[in-house]
Design a protein around this ligand. Structure first.
Ligand SMILES: NC(=O)c1ccc[n+]([C@@H]2O[C@H](COP(=O)([O-])OP(=O)(O)OC[C@H]3O[C@@H](n4cnc5c(N)ncnc54)[C@H](OP(=O)(O)O)[C@@H]3O)[C@@H](O)[C@H]2O)c1
Length: 349
């Protein structure tokens, strides 16, 4: 199976590029400015400008894609405020949807699965534990562009186009194989709470449902494998020429029995893909400090209104993830457990 990761040079994108290549998929990725030095052998890089679409159509002309994971975005809310037009041009993936529709016409009806990575910032933050159907009224340019992206995709790729919108919360995990040009959430918190000389302010009234990068990868892998099996079953005996899809054996073996059945029978197109908890930023900092055994002395609990950030940040965008659990049977890791493995990896890992 041929998989395209847009924004493969970004934080989440890199884990997907490495993870899917490791499972035996043929992986292509797009980058804007930073081609990956760490890309495994056989992975194909495409330089694109997603604000103009430049380079994207060529990638689709060269290769039939069975699944596309759209990770590319201007993902920093403050940057979106200063460059709203560019943020909208990149974050609303109109050129990508054009390519998917053209591919379907040009390649005998080949419909690629689109896994689109969205955000909890599509919610306005006025209360806790949002459900999927409650999205709307985002409070900043980033959230507005991401909500428009969801609406654009769902309108232009209606059923039976295979689409999964995954709304992520703060993504945490180990450093990416290639460095990314911004501070990483967990590593920033770990460094701050373990510095006894300088207290760091954490917001007591801003709630999120942080999610482990490996959970997002695993969920995406499940969706791709389930789609691949569907394509395999639909293939004529002689196959669809160059578009024949086969789920790699290693990817199939990585699945627990029955795991794929729930994903293959999914009833929804939009999922809150956060972690299982509602945590304030102070809660997260305390859990990181507990994990590192360094006490809470460097954690200063403050209201979010006490710091000017140049962007409105929604107070409570914790998410209810029961759809993820009941419809897909997917259970992401708790923050406290996952950070232990990342910050204190067992010997030999
Ligand atoms: N990180 C989080 O905590 C978080 C939370 C919720 C949702 N999300 C969503 O999750 C997805 C992945 O986030 P991330 O943090 O991994 O993103 P990231 O590290 O900021 O990476 C963004 C990617 O988009 C590419 N890109 C940006 N502008 C481009 C352009 N004009 N043309 C081509 N490529 C362009 C970048 O390419 P180059 O770097 O090569 O230029 C990079 O590969 C995003 O959709 C984001 O909105 C992230």
């Amino acid at each position: 199976m041929n998989i395209l990761i847009t924004g493969g040079s970004g934080y989440l994108g890199q884990f997907l590029v490495h993870g899917l290549a490791e499972q035996g998929y043929t992986v292509h990725y797009t980058y804007g400015s930073r081609q990956l030095a760490s890309a495994p052998a056989g992975v194909v890089a495409h330089k694109v400008d997603l604000a103009t679409g430049e380079g994207l159509a060529q990638a689709f002309e060269q290769t039939p894609f069975h699944a596309v994971v759209n990770c590319a975005a201007i993902s920093q809310p403050a940057l979106c405020e200063t460059e709203p037009d560019k943020a909208r041009a990149v974050n609303v993936p109109s050129f990508l949807v054009d390519c998917l529709l053209r591919q379907e016409q040009a390649r005998g009806g080949l419909r690629a699965l689109l896994v689109h990575i969205s955000t909890d910032q599509v919610f306005d933050g006025s209360r806790a534990l949002w459900k999927e159907e409650e999205a709307g009224r985002p409070v900043n340019v980033y959230g507005k562009s991401k909500l428009e992206a969801e609406e654009h995709i769902l309108a232009r790729l209606p059923e039976p186009h295979p689409v999964a919108v995954l709304r992520s919360s703060i993504i945490y995990g180990p450093p990416a194989p290639d460095p990314v040009p911004r501070p990483l959430f967990l590593q920033f918190v770990a460094s701050a709470v373990s510095n006894p000389d300088k207290p760091t302010a954490f917001f007591a009234d801003e709630y999120r449902s942080p999610v482990h990068v490996q959970d997002l990868c695993r969920l995406t892998q499940l969706l791709i494998a389930a789609h691949g099996q569907k394509l395999e079953a639909q293939q004529q005996p002689q196959g669809q020429g160059a578009a024949a899809a086969v789920v790699p054996r290693k990817a199939a073996e990585a699945l627990a029995p029955g795991e794929l059945a729930a994903v293959a029978a999914r009833r929804h197109r939009v999922y809150n893909a956060g972690g299982p908890e509602r945590l304030s930023r102070v809660d997260m900092a305390r859990q990181v400090a507990d994990c590192l055994g360094c006490g809470h002395g460097s954690i200063e609990s403050v209201p979010s209104a006490s710091v000017a950030r140049g962007v409105v940040s929604p107070p409570d965008i914790s998410m209810d993830i029961s759809r993820l659990q009941t419809d897909l049977g997917f259970r992401p890791a708790a923050f406290r457990d996952a950070i232990r493995d990342i910050l204190l990896p067992p010997a030999g890992k």
